[in-house]
Structures are given as structure tokens and as C-alpha cells.
Ligand binder design. Structure first.
Ligand SMILES: *Cc1c(COP(=O)(O)O)cnc(C)c1O
Length: 399
């Protein structure tokens, strides 16, 4: 196992600091290391594995399609893409979808559509469009996206960045209204900030943002790459606020834990600004991805995973809140998306994750102080109880 870790460390760019475990197999909520030790996966690849590892319906969709037709580019139609896009539109309530691969590409697509809509439909003067984002956002790692980040490390050494972004505090609808100008194209927001440490906005925040955006003819674009598709107890987190945004970005779980698949969805008025040649992706919307993503959407709905997330999430959070530990500063989240904030004076979140790993539970810290718990949504109450037992033990240990 040490050799495997050394090999990756020698030849790989050091862009991550993984926990020292080498995974070789996954099935449902479990993964196994090279020595055969089993772990509960309470991270699910930052929500990419909401359906669990190697879900049989996804494996079937992948292998059947791989034997028939995988990649043809968008130079041709395929018999798979239309049905996938239709399902995504029907479920979200938006009218059109642009298929990409990674989440960051979905965000880039959203930015391009919002800007072009501002110029061609709203009537903003050339090169003046502004996009409002939130402090402590995480939307990916491209140059434009890190350019709109407020996290110094994400930007350090990578400038210069594109202009046209401004940031406001997250959760503050009044700040949004103040920041809007006649040049504002869009407000891009995570309904719950994931990488920032599972930060919850005040109740009704998105409802207010939607009203403000409508009043000022600004697109409200929700980045639900991490919180979408059942993670927070509804199929989409915006549904907790009874709104439908003007733009929606999906990724991660959309690929069924098998492939990178992302979408930018919007209404006709915005999406029609894209004409052939404006935007594209060689792999985006390929039949293999489309078959897998359609199977993923269907499985999430048919297996009632949003409902499971709501029900078990409430139980899980209530049980964590009962843990009496001096390490815990805060417990927050929605559905099966829970952050435990650790008092940095008492322990580092990473050390808590290392101890949990020894107890057979995989998690990962975000921002040094928060332990993120986001298991596959197929998890059962008994499996959560195993996690709770490990949490009770570790959070009462000496650090
Ligand atoms: C993960 C994530 C992204 C970026 O997705 P990639 O597939 O890593 O490019 C963007 N936004 C949010 C909210 C995310 O959690």
C-alpha cells in the first residue's frame, strides 16, 4: 500500500492531499482497500456517487451502451441524447439543456449563456455584462471560475483573470439587490455552499433572490452540482424554496458515479442565444454519457433517493447533535449533506477524518475545520448507525 501511494506521489501533480488509503473495490455504500479492509463511504466522491458504487442499473446502462455506440461527437445525432435531455428538463422544470462533461464546464456554459443573453436580449452594451457571485463560492477550477472566487489559494499564482464578476456575502438578499446594476446579467449561487463548509443560507433566501432577480431582469442561476439530485432531501435544493431558477447547473451525481456528465439548463429565452459554432464539447452529450445519465436520473427518482435523504438526514443530524463532545462547534446541513464544524483549538478536521478512517468510516475535511458527511443516498438507517457509533467514539477521544 505504501508503494502505491509513493508511486502516485512521485508521478502525479500534487493537487490533492488524499487520506492514506488505497481503494480497490466499491459496492453500494462500501469501498475496500488494497488489504481487503472495508469502509463506509461517507463522502461519495463529493456527491458524485449519490447512487452508491457500481449501482447495477448504471453498470447495465454503461456496459450495454459501450457495446453499441460510445462516442460520435455532436457532428451527428444519436438515439440517446434527446431522451436524456428531455428527462432532465421535465424533472427540473427548465426548457433546454446543454450537455457538457465536468461541473466546471457546466458553469462556464452558464456564464457564456448569461453574458450573451444580456447582450442579445436584455440589451446590455458590449463587454459590460456583470455576473454577481457569492463570497466563499466554489464553482470549479478553470481560470474564469477561480477568477470569481474569494479564496486566496484558488487564485494565488494563476492570474490575470477575466473581468465582469463581483461578489456579495452569501445569504444576504439585500446585498444582492444593492449589487444589481443595469449591466447585471446573472446572479450565480450555490443554494447551500458545499466546499465553503456546508454553509446554510437563512430560510427563504432563494425565494427572495428569485423575486429580486425577476424584478431587475437578472438571471438567477443555481449551481446544484453538489446539492442537486436528491442530496438535500428534494430532487433539487431550489424546490425547498418553491422556485424554479432561470438557469441550473448539474454535474457530479448526474454521471451515476460512473462518468463525468454535466448539464446547463435554462429557458428558451436564454438558451436560444447559442447558435451552431458558439459553444461545444467533443465529449459533451455522447451516447455513453447520455445513457448513463438517463439511467442515473431514473434510478434517483424510482428509488426515491431524495425522500430517503430527507428522512434519514433528519435522523442523522439529530443524532449527531446529541453527541456531547468539546470538539464540536456546530452541526449543520440538510438531508444527507451534513457538516460537523470542529473547534480548531481542539483538533484539526483532517485528524478527525483520519481517526474515522481507522474506524472504517471515510470522510474528508473541507476548509480545515469541517468534517463533511455526504454518503450515497441509498444508505440505510443501520449503516448510518455504524457511522454514528464511530463518530461518538472518535469525537470523545483525546486529540
Ligand atoms: C464540484 C463542484 C463544481 C465543479 O465540478 P467539477 O466536476 O469538479 O468540475 C462546481 N460547483 C460546485 C458547487 C461543486 O461542488
Amino acid at each position: 500500500m505504501q508503494d502505491t501511494i509513493a508511486l502516485e506521489n512521485q508521478y502525479g501533480a500534487h493537487t490533492y492531499l488524499p487520506l492514506p488509503v488505497v481503494l480497490t473495490k466499491g459496492d453500494g455504500v462500501y469501498v475496500w482497500d488494497a488489504e481487503g479492509k472495508r469502509y463506509l463511504d461517507m463522502m461519495s466522491a463529493y456527491s458524485a456517487v449519490s447512487l452508491g458504487h457500481c449501482h447495477p442499473k448504471i453498470v447495465a446502462a454503461l456496459t450495454q451502451q459501450a457495446e453499441k455506440l460510445a462516442i460520435v461527437s455532436r457532428a451527428y445525432y444519436t438515439d440517446k441524447l434527446g431522451a436524456f435531455l428531455q428527462r432532465a428538463c421535465e424533472l427540473s422544470g427548465l426548457e433546454r439543456a446543454c450537455p457538457m462533461n465536468t461541473g466546471a464546464e457546466g458553469v462556464e456554459t452558464a456564464i457564456k449563456v448569461a453574458r450573451k443573453w444580456a447582450y442579445k436580449v436584455k440589451g446590455v452594451a458590449d463587454n459590460q455584462a456583470e455576473i454577481i457571485v457569492c463570497e466563499n463560492n466554489f464553482h470549479g477550477r478553470t481560470i474564469a471560475i477561480v477568477g470569481m472566487s474569494t479564496e486566496p489559494q484558488y487564485q494565488d499564482g494563476f492570474g490575470p483573470f477575466p473581468a465582469g464578476f463581483k461578489s456579495i456575502p452569501f445569504g444576504d438578499a439585500a446585498a444582492l439587490e444593492q449589487a444589481i446594476t443595469p449591466n447585471t446579467a446573472a446572479f450565480l449561487v450555490e443554494p447551500i455552499q458545499g466546499e465553503a463548509g456546508i454553509i446554510m443560507p437563512p430560510a427563504g433566501y432563494l425565494t427572495k433572490c428569485a423575486e429580486i432577480c425577476k424584478k431587475h431582469n437578472v438571471m438567477l442561476i443555481c449551481d446544484e452540482i453538489q446539492v442537486g439530485l436528491g442530496r438535500t432531501g428534494k430532487l433539487f435544493t431550489f424546490q425547498h424554496d418553491n422556485i424554479v431558477p432561470d438557469g441550473l447547473i448539474l454535474g457530479k451525481a448526474l454521471g451515476g458515479g460512473m462518468l463525468p456528465v454535466s448539464l446547463f439548463l435554462a429557458n428558451e429565452e436564454a438558451m436560444q442565444v447559442l447558435t451552431p459554432g458558439d459553444h461545444g464539447s467533443t465529449f459533451g452529450g455522447n451516447p455513453l454519457s447520455a445513457a448513463v445519465a438517463l439511467a442515473a436520473l431514473n434510478a434517483i427518482v424510482d428509488e426515491k433517493l431524495a425522500e430517503n435523504s430527507a428522512k434519514l438526514g433528519d435522523y442523522f443530524m439529530a443524532e449527531i447533535q446529541k453527541i456531547d463532545s468539546p470538539l464540536i462547534k456546530d452541526v449543520r446541513g440538510k438531508g444527507l449533506f451534513v457538516g460537523i464544524e470542529i473547534d480548531p483549538l481542539k483538533a484539526a478536521a483532517r485528524d478527525v477524518c483520519l481517526r474515522l478512517m481507522e474506524h472504517g468510516v471515510l470522510s474528508k475535511e473541507t476548509h480545515a475545520t469541517v468534517v463533511r458527511l455526504a454518503p450515497p443516498l441509498i444508505i440505510t438507517r443501520e449503516q448510518l448507525d455504524t457511522t454514528l457509533q464511530a463518530l461518538r467514539t472518535v469525537l470523545r477521544e483525546e486529540f
